[in-house]
Design a protein around this ligand. Structure first.
Ligand SMILES: Nc1ncnc2c1ncn2[C@@H]1O[C@H](COP(=O)(O)OP(=O)(O)OP(=O)(O)O)[C@@H](O)[C@H]1O
Length: 457
């Protein structure tokens, strides 16, 4: 649906254009003079202007020139309507920056076609603004490694959902992916997009945790010119930009509660209203959301709206943590080795058996992302074509994860790992004073020395 401004003083012709545009589902406003058109533009921003050359108070060509020089209006597409036989006007209009032109008497079918063509080009350039988003998330083929039964089941469920969505005409279900950080929620969202028949449309990643609170609303829903200070030009929101593609609402648990009802409204009515706009625009995107938060708990605590949660609750997928799919660890590690080796032009190194065991025994609180980092570091340190997972790497990772969630992690460490960790901490606290460290741990000095040797501290 477009909002068209028609600047035309021939009333009958204006009426017929108006009627035709309404029939096509657009809205249009007629202004008979340049002065009126200027006043109109001060208040609202049309998607496109249909402009006659000869107008009572000034020339349409001069008006076009002033539009192109205007700070806020320069980007509005303008279709010029030139009198029959006046080819010069058409040439001049194009030189001055008209987007297209139509010859009078205007054929209404041709007008609709031209309007559609202009808007397609416009959309394309808007998409280009977001091309970085698409490139980073939409265009690279998704690699989703995992043969464990947990991953197999996730892929199966996703394929079933895609089949259903492909069959639906408009009412696409909303999908919610739950899972700890680094489990591959983002990867799964992109897999959804790339497996659907709408894969050529944009994939728009909205990170609700990364966007400043005060910007999320404007980014998601867009705004009209003058909707707030600094809104010098109207801007389409990410939901609009996604067209019939995918909007990935990452970390949806972080969406400010004031915006949750606005999002729910968009999801239910499939209409979006830019900030400051009076009209709504239809929404054709697919929505997929992800969170590592406990949404039911957030609902119970009054931090997340229950109605939005129920809406998201229809299709839920749970990404299993890496420790529950140990079978996937070795293939994932090999995948990351290949990536790093390719990046640095190295021969493909291989894991020692102890390294594989170490990787499989570890608890991976940071899941696949943590595995990726550990493997990257190990590959870079390997010099003989063999990858060991040096104590150092596991040690720093264990220490780091303990800082995150000691009780949870301790349950997944071996007795020796815990013992070594406690010794290290005691020595750190006492600045290397063995006697004091031993006392703190309830050990004799001899027992402490023995253990320090054992763990090469
Ligand atoms: N199945 C997989 N196969 C290959 N790589 C994967 C897989 N799952 C995740 N990864 C990689 O692991 C890293 C983390 O994945 P991703 O960003 O999808 O996790 P996430 O659950 O969205 O994390 P967060 O909650 O922190 O945003 C990424 O580099 C991703 O490419």
């Amino acid at each position: 649906m477009l909002n068209v401004l028609l600047v035309e003083d021939e009333t009958l012709f204006a009426k017929s254009v108006l009627k035709r545009l309404q029939r096509e589902g657009h809205t249009a406003t007629v202004m008979e003079t340049i002065t009126d058109a200027n006043e109109y533009l001060e208040k609202s921003l049309p998607d496109v202007i249909l402009l006659d050359v000869r107008l009572p108070d000034a020339s349409g060509l001069d008006f076009l020139q002033s539009l192109r020089a205007h700070q806020s209006w320069h980007a509005i597409p303008v279709i010029m309507m030139t009198a029959y036989g006046e080819l010069e006007d058409a040439v001049q209009a194009m030189k001055l920056g008209a987007t297209d032109y139509l010859k009078k008497p205007v054929d209404l079918d041709e007008l609709v076609l031209t309007l559609n063509k202009v808007m397609q080009t416009q959309k394309l350039s808007q998409q280009l603004d977001y091309s970085h988003v698409r490139e980073a998330h939409g265009s690279e083929p998704v690699v989703m490694i995992g043969h464990s039964s947990a991953m197999h089941s996730i892929k199966q469920q996703m394929e079933r959902i895609i089949q259903l969505v492909d069959r639906a005409e408009t009412e696409f279900p909303i999908i919610l992916i739950n899972g700890e950080t680094g489990t591959g929620k983002d990867v799964l969202a992109r897999y959804y997009h790339q497996s659907g028949k709408w894969r050529d449309k944009p994939f728009v990643h909205v990170d609700c945790a990364a966007l400043p609170k005060e910007l999320i609303e404007a980014e998601l829903f867009g705004y009209e010119r003058g909707a707030f200070t600094n809104a010098h030009q109207a801007k389409a929101g990410l939901i609009e930009v996604a067209e019939a593609g995918t909007v990935f609402l990452d970390e949806i648990g972080e969406l400010p509660i004031e915006l949750q009802s606005k999002l729910l409204n968009v999801l239910e009515r499939r209409q979006v209203r830019r900030i400051g706009a009076t009209q709504e625009r239809p929404v054709s995107a697919h929505f997929i959301a992800a969170t590592n938060r406990d949404l039911p708990q957030m609902v119970a605590d009054g931090e997340f709206r229950s109605d939005l949660y129920f809406r998201l609750n229809v299709i839920q997928l749970q990404m299993p943590p890496l420790r529950e799919r140990k079978m996937d660890i070795a293939p994932l590690a090999a995948h990351f080795v290949a990536i790093v080796a390719r990046r640095y032009g190295l021969d493909l190194p291989v894991f020692t058996e102890t390294a594989v065991n170490a990787l499989e025994d570890y608890h991976w609180p940071g899941n696949i992302r943590e595995l990726q980092h550990v493997v990257e570091r190990a590959v870079m340190m390997s010099t003989d074509g063999l990858i060991d997972i040096p104590q150092l790497i596991m040690q720093t990772t264990v220490t780091k994860s303990l800082q995150q969630d000691p009780v949870e992690v301790l349950g997944h460490m071996t007795l020796e790992q815990v013992e070594k960790y406690l010794l290290e901490k005691a020595l750190e606290r006492t600045a290397g004073n063995v006697s004091r460290a031993a006392r703190e741990l309830g050990l004799t000095r001899m027992a402490m020395r023995y253990r320090m040797e054992k763990y090469q501290l």
